[in-house]
Design a protein around this ligand. Sequence first.
Ligand SMILES: NC(=O)c1ccc[n+]([C@@H]2O[C@H](COP(=O)([O-])OP(=O)(O)OC[C@H]3O[C@@H](n4cnc5c(N)ncnc54)[C@H](O)[C@@H]3O)[C@@H](O)[C@H]2O)c1
Length: 247
Amino acid sequence: MVPSRVILVTGGTRGIGRAIARRLASPEAVLAVTHANPDSPGLDGLAAELSPLCAALEVQNWSAEDSGAASGAIADLVARHGRLDVLVNNAGVTRDALAVRMSDEDFAKVIAVNLAGAFNCARAAARFMMRQRSGRIICLSSVVAFTGNPGQANYCASKAGLVAMTKSLALELAPRGVTVNAVAPGFIETDMTGALDDKARAALLGRIPLGSVGRPEDVAEAVAYLASGGAAYVTGQTIHVNGGLYM
Ligand SMILES: NC(=O)c1ccc[n+]([C@@H]2O[C@H](COP(=O)([O-])OP(=O)(O)OC[C@H]3O[C@@H](n4cnc5c(N)ncnc54)[C@H](O)[C@@H]3O)[C@@H](O)[C@H]2O)c1
């Protein structure tokens, strides 16, 4: 039986991606979530949490930066379920260092996962969505794509690149009924931001007009809107979810 909705969330095993997967899950949907680390702590309790919420759950282990793996896995998903409705490009990494100390490897790795990885998945998904004449591609950018951030030249470049890539894909895919949008979270409580020390955290909180750190669920709501029927006429946009940190 062809399910009514097939959804793929990269890096959907923990943090923001997991909240997105939970929010998009529905009894009619096949939900595939990917991760890049077989020992990921994000796998704990994942199936127990998400399986009851959807028609079928797939947890897949492949890296978005590997274009062959991305196109193979996405083609296989479509072959088995007959369609692909939503791709959420959420997988992301950081390798922070001041630019003068940043290694070639750390610069390249962040671009490879966050930007090229999202492109690999979007290109593979677009091939099917164009034929299907429907689909939603949603990319996780970041507030720092707009503000910059010391120590994150690689990460900011990758996330700013995603915004421009989103607009270009939106233009290319609009004639086929496929929308492409981005969500730019501010400071969200996850493993990625848990590494901040108390001083850095307090300084950041002082700059957030709404006075608190965001929750992964706050980001998931914006993604769910972009994936919904209500957002059919929205494409090439970035929704900011940042407590007013950047306007
Ligand atoms: N946490 C924040 O405050 C914040 C703010 C702005 C943007 N973001 C973005 O939101 C997204 C999710 O962030 P998070 O804080 O939940 O991160 P996280 O580190 O908690 O989770 C990242 C996920 O990506 C997966 N992943 C890492 N490398 C991968 C690869 N090569 N291929 C496939 N999957 C891979 C991991 O397995 C994990 O499931 C990221 O793109 C991040 O840049 C986060």
